[in-house]
Write a protein that binds this ligand. Sequence first.
Ligand code: GTP
Ligand code: SPV
Ligand code: MN
Length: 611
Amino acid sequence: MKIDDLKHAKLKEWVQWAADLMTPNEVVICDGSKEEYDSSIKALVDAGLGIPLKKRPNSYLFRSDPSDVARAESRTFIAAKNKDEAGPTNNWIDPVELKKTMTDLYRGCMKGRIMYVIPFSMGPVGSDIAKIGVEITDSAYVVVNMHIMTRVGKKVLDVLGTDGFFVPCIHSIAKPLQPGESDGGKWPCEPDVNKKYISHFPDTYEIWSYGSGYGGNALLGKKCLALRIASVLARDEGWLAEHMLILKLTNPDGKVKYMAGALPSACGKTNLAMLVPTLPGWKVEVIGDDIAWMKFKNGQLYAINPEAGFFGVAPGTSEQSNYNAMQSIKENCIFSNCGLTDDGDIWWEQIGYPAPGKTVIDWKGNERPSPQTDKVPKEGEPIAHVNARFTAPAKQCPCIASEWEDPAGVPISAFLFGGRRASTIPLINQSKSWIHGVFMGSITGSEITAAALDLKAGSVRRDPFAMVPFCGYNMGDYFAHWIKLGKKAEAEGNGDKLPKIFFCNWFRKDADGHFMWPGFGENSRVLSWMFDRCDGKDNAVETAIGFLPKPDAITAPEGVKPEVMAELIKVDTAGWKEEISSIRDEHYAKFGDRLPKELYDELDKIEKALA
Ligand code: GTP
Ligand code: SPV
Ligand code: MN
């Protein structure tokens, strides 16, 4: 299919403009077919970028440039009409200035390459919650990843018709080729981080990305469209676009509830969404592992997963920690920045077994002696990059729920927020009201992980709703949007249909720095407590900070001593007092008068109750 075959006049004009600006050798309109996937893979293998894996049918390993291994938050921009609209948590550049800078960068940037035009749907094609995007890119790696992560091709153009709404997304790896030149096995990108741009124009719903080929910087349907631009659409249209997993929980009586959970990047969404319960009789199935789009219908909130695949953190994934993810990645997958064993398989730290053979090739392409254990090395570089990822079709997951593609979505009974906190924050806590739940989401703090490349891993930062890197507008207004939706439901008499709100912390540490809670499958104990709370079961005590489990409401997993269990579910009054003053002085203060007054009221209430 060529540009002239496009029936949507605005799309055709935009594609032609991009081709004239970026001057590729050729323009290809993607049809989403298997042939297209296979030929793109072949081009990547021929260029020395994709390595076929002997042990996994139709699967390939890629190694990116060391400058290009995660999202670049310092180079991510929300170019709203003024700085205040972007808010204190976003980087801002004037949109006119940014477009000028980037237009100059885009000029001729695809020379010697193919310009792919990828029509994609976020959400089941044709669902009334779904949205269409079109990504222009010069990266075949992006094409194959988008094939797995979204729904691509002709069927999308059919829904778009001659005048449908789409989000235009431009992406270039910023590495034109001279005549006769090939990538020759070197990951193409702009290696200077300060020359990368991941830009969003919320007032015109546009995305322009330049210089990075990795993950959320390049697969523009994911964080750029489905969160940053979608959060703006959601604000304007009265729905929610969230960094949330969606899971289906079935109790031993066969009763079902759906829950959505926001945990910051690399804090356990994929693991929670696919967990194998240790509690007998309970079942968890996955609807989505990273993003939820939610709309109210007749007072009930329904969620869809806008994605079609998992772009999951590889290190730490094992048959033990995430059996269902391991089953999902047996074939038809793309691996990025994992180790390569000498028998042609991928390997990473905590995969559950030591690397076979004498040597293994690390994510930088260096041959290394095979580690004798799968532990994270105390010194020296790991074999797999800490933000190494797998791209897997969601339908390959053994615990995918049969309704995961239902265009109507699934009804949400509970929201779960959480973060990585070594102290203070209890294992689980239920809010006393919707507004108290919004307060909980707004104060989320978490130790920084390796999912962003320019932040210091380990230190605690506030990441309200796990959305700080992904909210396309002023987060003070985002809090207000959440409050407004709850108030509207209550005013319409649907308050009891609102999801109950919870806050979890799987990451408490003892004085020796060991996790106090075993996590993973044992988190089912917490999910079952939440399930029963949603049914109004009397298994909680009211405290200053919320409803905590009664002492025996959650039975301790093997190896967790009663005193540790008690510690996990008690109110750490001194810790919370510090927490409250840090929220007031350092966190909320940043938002000035955009911070809804209701949240200060919640803060005051808790402070009083703790005194
Ligand atoms: P993104 O894809 O970046 O949004 O991340 P995510 O929230 O889906 O995180 P993921 O589930 O991939 O988990 C990231 C890391 O947290 C992995 O290294 C896991 O092994 C670890 N992890 C997940 N769940 C738990 C848990 O319950 N306890 C502990 N201690 N670690 C966990
Ligand atoms: C995250 O960082 O939250 C991810 C990975 O899910 S990326 O798609 O790169 O944003
Ligand atoms: Mn994520």
